[in-house]
Design a protein around this ligand. Structure first.
Ligand SMILES: CCCCCCCC(=O)SCCNC(=O)CCNC(=O)[C@H](O)C(C)(C)COP(=O)(O)OP(=O)(O)OC[C@H]1O[C@@H](n2cnc3c(N)ncnc32)[C@H](O)[C@@H]1OP(=O)(O)O
Length: 189
């Protein structure tokens, strides 16, 4: 049975970590090969900034240009790419609070078609935290940060240890980041 993504009544406010970028700052690319944020030809190439929130929660705003190589139906964005964009935006906002975290569950509602050639503005917010669980939500707007809502999302991210990556990532990719074969073997033994 699917577990609810609704914020539990006893969830705490999730503020930005003291070392996280400040409101207005652009987020750095978190990995040079990331499908969501890196400047690679086939990627979504999202550009993200830390945004303000009245309640003090962590919020990120992202921009995505909709390209011809991202079509599903002719002239319209493939729906799975909106979900991917939400994964990136919501993962980025969670990383302002604590990291590393991974997506455990992500739901997307598709509200309006997204024409190629237009711009999406996405907003992600950490609505609350309960232990390892971070409850997040997002909206996607057409052309403008306050433009028509084309999609909404809710997700649960879980805090994990570095072991998660040491045990599961492809060894050559870990080694390219400076992790030694011994560290990888030790995590997997
Ligand atoms: C800056 C970075 C931006 C990056 C953006 C991109 C982010 C990503 O795409 S991450 C990649 C996609 N995600 C993954 O690969 C994760 C794969 N899944 C896993 O590794 C594991 O299932 C993992 C880590 C999520 C959970 O496993 P584990 O740590 O053993 O937790 P587990 O004990 O099963 O569950 C802990 C709690 O979470 C709940 N939970 C776990 N999975 C789910 C789920 N899918 N839905 C709802 N609740 C869940 C459990 O019910 C449990 O709740 P409670 O404590 O109340 O009993």
């Amino acid at each position: 049975m699917a577990v609810s993504l609704d914020l539990p009544a006893d969830a705490a406010l999730a503020e930005r970590h003291e070392k996280a970028p400040a409101v207005g700052e652009r987020l750095p690319v978190h990995s040079a090969v990331c499908f969501g944020c890196a400047d690679i030809p086939h990627g979504l190439r999202l550009a993200s900034w830390v945004a303000d929130d009245e309640a003090g929660a962590a919020v990120v705003t992202s921009r995505m240009e909709l390209r011809p190589d991202q079509q599903g139906a002719p002239g319209l964005l493939h729906g799975g790419l909106l979900t991917s964009a939400f994964d990136e935006v919501l993962g980025s906002v969670v990383a302002l609070v604590t990291r590393p975290c991974v997506t455990a569950r992500l739901e997307t509602d598709f509200r309006r078609p997204m024409p190629i050639g237009r711009t999406l503005w996405l907003r992600g917010r950490v609505d609350g935290r309960r232990g390892r669980k971070l409850y997040v939500s997002g909206t996607a707007h057409l052309d403008d940060e306050h433009g028509p809502v084309v999609g909404t999302a809710k997700a649960l991210f879980l805090k994990v240890e570095m072991e998660h990556f040491l045990k599961n990532s492809r060894p050559e990719d870990l080694e390219a980041l400076g992790v030694s074969p011994e560290q990888i073997r030790a995590a997997r033994s």
